[in-house]
Each structure stands twice: as C-alpha cells, then as structure tokens.
Design a protein around this ligand. Structure first.
Ligand code: CA
Length: 261
C-alpha cells in the first residue's frame, strides 16, 4: 500500500500511516526536525518517523524551526518552502550560515510551481527535495539516503569533520588546524575525538580515563591533565576549543564562536 500525502486540500481521511513497518529500515535512531505549517502533514510525517524508530521534532513556523534546529541539533531537517512567517529558502540560508547548524542535511518539501525556490535551496546547500504530493515511503527512502550520506547516526560518521579552524579526518587519523597538519599521537587523537563527540558537555577526568585510556591501575587523573595540556599546545589556535571546567574536567565548546569568549 502506498502512503499518499496530499498538499493543502482538505482532510486526510485517506492517508494511511500503517503500512510502514516500524523500525524496519532504520539502522539507528536519528533526530529529525519537521518544519511544516500544514498540521496534517506534520502529524503524518511525525508519526511515520517515530514508527521508524526516529525522534521527530516538529515546528509549525520558521521561527520555531530555527530555534529547535539551533537548540536540538537534529540529524536532518525536513523543510517546507512555504511557511507563514519565513520562507523556506531564508531558513535554509540561516541554517547553512550557522556554525552549529550548517552540517545538518536539509530535505526540502516543495509544491509544484516552487521550482525557483527549489533551485535557490540547492544553491544554499539543501541536500534533496520532494514535491508535494509525495508518498511517505518515497520520503522515508530519501531520508534514509541523506542520513547515510551524512553518516549519521549509525556510527559510520562522516570521515571528515570541520569545526572552525579544525579539520579532522577520522579514518586517516589526521588533523589540520587551518591549513597546517598537526601530528597527534594515537592517544591524543582519541582524546580529541572523545571530547569533540561530546562537545558542549563536560567530561570528568575519570570519565576520560575510562573512555580514552581504558581501565589501568597505574595512571591517575593527573595523566589526563598532562595529555590535555599537550593536546592544546599542538592544537595551537584551535586550543581554546578545549576548555577547562575547574574542579570537574574538560569540555569541548559547542561552537567555534564560543572559544575564548
Ligand atoms: Ca506550507
């Protein structure tokens, strides 16, 4: 059975939301944000995403959507182009300009006659689009493809991470600050990625010991301080991305702008 979603007209009596097998295709839970002013469509999408094992955040206006995107950092945004307050292309531009949000993939939900907006959206960095009316199943497949390309959230993360002046190639175990490659030991690399992957959250010294060093009797929390100090020296102008939280541990900043503030 095909799930069909109509755009704009009348009630959704004929919308079936039961034929999507729950969790069948999802290899990991993603957090998705739906920015869509049509409440029926919002609900259908939210329902299907939840059934597929994802977390669905919904926003009925562009302003709410922008706020949620910045606060919740979803893995993907479904973005309607025609919203009551802001245009989808404006939202797309703002998300792609934000240090915290520029990596979030965007799928545009467009209507016929919005080709120009769609082209603008692509120029601004949107990843894909579907034209209303679309089938929920088609959208789900596109979501899956975009999530897979983005590498989130099933552990096969994007190989190259960019954060301010810092660039990290996870697979190759190489990092650059600006254009300069920095040599890290395997342990420093692991320490950096552990902090980065939990950015904006304080990591205690003992948690870092467990996660980076593994449990060893002969090292103390002072070891963590020594290594963080050395890591910071090597990071040069990216050093402020790793903050000391006095008496607790360390924290990788939530966005590059925060560093040194
Ligand atoms: Ca709309």
């Amino acid at each position: 059975m095909e799930n069909s979603v109509q755009s704009g007209h009348g009630p959704f009596h004929n919308v079936s939301v039961t034929s999507q097998p729950a969790g069948k295709w999802s290899s990991g839970m993603a957090r998705l944000l739906i920015i869509e002013d049509e409440s029926d469509l919002r609900q259908v999408l939210g329902y299907n995403l939840t059934q597929a094992g994802h977390e669905a955040l919904t926003a009925e206006t562009g302003a709410i959507g922008l706020r949620l995107a910045r606060e919740q950092r979803p893995d993907l945004v479904l973005l309607d182009l025609m919203l009551p307050d802001l245009s989808g292309t404006d939202i797309c531009r703002m998300l792609k300009e934000g240090a915290d949000t520029k990596e979030i993939p965007i799928i545009m939900l467009t209507a016929r006659g919005e080709e120009v907006d769609r082209v603008v959206g692509f120029e601004l960095g949107a990843d894909d689009y579907v034209t209303k009316p679309f089938s929920v199943r088609e959208l789900m497949l596109r979501i899956q493809a975009v999530l897979r390309r983005a590498g989130a959230p099933d552990g096969t993360k994007t190989d190259v991470v960019e954060f301010g002046c810092l660039r990290v190639d996870r697979d190759a175990h190489r990092i650059w600050v600006g254009d300069t490659e920095v040599e890290l030991t395997a342990l420093e690399f692991k320490l950096l990625l552990t902090l980065y992957d939990r950015r904006n959250r304080v990591q205690t010294r003992s948690a870092l010991l467990d996660d980076v060093w593994g449990i060893q009797a002969d090292i103390t929390t002072r070891t963590v301080d020594t290594h963080v100090k050395r890591l910071r020296e090597k990071l040069d102008k990216a050093r402020d991305y790793v903050e000391t939280v006095r008496g607790v541990g360390y924290r990788f900043v939530g966005s590059p702008d925060e560093a040194g503030a």
